[in-house]
Design a protein around this ligand. Structure first.
Ligand code: ATP
Ligand code: RIB
Length: 302
């Protein structure tokens, strides 16, 4: 079985259920609060493991109870956690998530230990990277580290999948060179390229800006609308499955993980997108990040 390594963040999600998102200056009462294991990197590694893939993760947690729980959660999904370091005196990453009645969320992340995932840490776990076939990354660890790993992995002829979240307009141009697949959502595409994703033309224009910078394939995820794959050879729109969303947290993470797993299993890009959408559409019908991710049996049955 091919091995997928995720290099990225682990966060304890502090999830507040609210009737609506507060306006600037407004105070509202939460209807509930829960602590749920999350973090874009950890969610992706968890999803690969839960879906039956061979997953490993490189990242960092603090020396606190949240860190212990984050690692335990990944282990329960069968993820190899030997590349996760516990940093003494540091706090684990935390994400403050508000989810409204429509299932929409807004997220603020306090990086904690994730901000200390350095090139030196990567070198300590280089064997894990060299043994993998596909590497998946996001932008909740330092951008320099992501670029360093990306160059190492693409030079070794392995596939690189990048979820450019959170997006910033000032990422260096070299971030994009030789990335096999990049998966921005609509907001991220706009931040990264200046192109709004509210028309098909805008999506294609934005995607081509990323292709011109050296990305090989762009997958723009469009929430309940689905997603669009754009490369030099093709432009294909994939409609989403129709479901009742209760919480969209980790929709993108589970899509990316399932897509990576399907590619590693030898599926085509199109087949992998359908599998990603199938898994993500289950995730949005459930609450939380890792708590919402289905098993392979559930995904195949859907
Ligand atoms: P997040 O940041 O919330 O993890 P994202 O913004 O990166 O997610 P989205 O574009 O919201 O990613 O969603 C990824 C995929 O999940 C979509 O392409 C779609 O297949 C599926 N999806 C998301 N929301 C819905 C929904 N309301 N109904 C059905 N499918 C959905
Ligand atoms: O994509 C969802 C994730 O983003 C959450 O689990 C949160 O931790 C943030 O990293």
């Amino acid at each position: 079985m091919k091995k997928i390594t995720v290099i990225g963040s682990l966060n304890m999600d502090i999830v507040l259920a609210v009737s609506h998102m507060p306006e600037t200056g407004e105070t509202i009462l939460a209807e509930g609060i829960e602590l749920i294991p999350g973090g874009k990197g950890a969610n992706q590694a968890y999803a690969v493991g839960k879906l039956g893939g061979c997953a490993g993760m490189i990242g960092a947690v603090g020396s606190d109870s949240a860190g212990e729980e984050l690692v335990r959660s990944l282990e329960q999904a069968g993820v190899d956690t030997s590349g996760i370091e516990v940093l003494e005196g540091e706090s684990s990453g935390q994400a403050f998530i508000t989810v409204d009645e429509g299932g929409n969320n807004s997220i603020i992340v306090a990086a904690g230990a994730n901000g200390r995932v350095t090139k030196e840490m990567i070198l300590r776990h280089e064997d894990i990277i060299q043994e993998s076939d596909v590497v998946v990354m996001q932008m909740e660890i330092p951008a320099d580290t992501v670029m360093y790993v990306k160059d190492m992995v693409s030079a070794a002829g392995k596939q690189v999948i990048l979820d450019p979240a959170p997006a910033r307009p000032d990422y260096e141009e070299r971030l994009w060179k030789n990335v096999d697949y990049v998966k921005p959502n609509e907001t991220e595409l706009a931040v990264l390229t200046g192109c709004t994703a509210d028309t098909e033309e805008g999506i294609k224009k934005g995607a081509h800006i990323l292709l011109d910078k050296g990305v090989k394939n762009v997958i723009v995820s469009l929430g309940s609308k689905g997603c669009m794959v754009v490369s030099r050879e093709k432009e294909i729109f994939f409609p989403a499955n129709k479901v009742k969303a209760v919480d969209t947290t980790a929709a993108g993470d589970s899509f990316t993980a399932a897509f990576a797993l399907a590619l590693a299993e030898g599926k085509t890009c199109e087949e992998a997108v359908w599998f990603g959408q199938r898994v993500a559409s289950i995730v949005v019908t459930r609450k939380g990040a890792q708590t919402s991710i289905p098993s392979r049996e559930e995904a195949d049955y859907f």
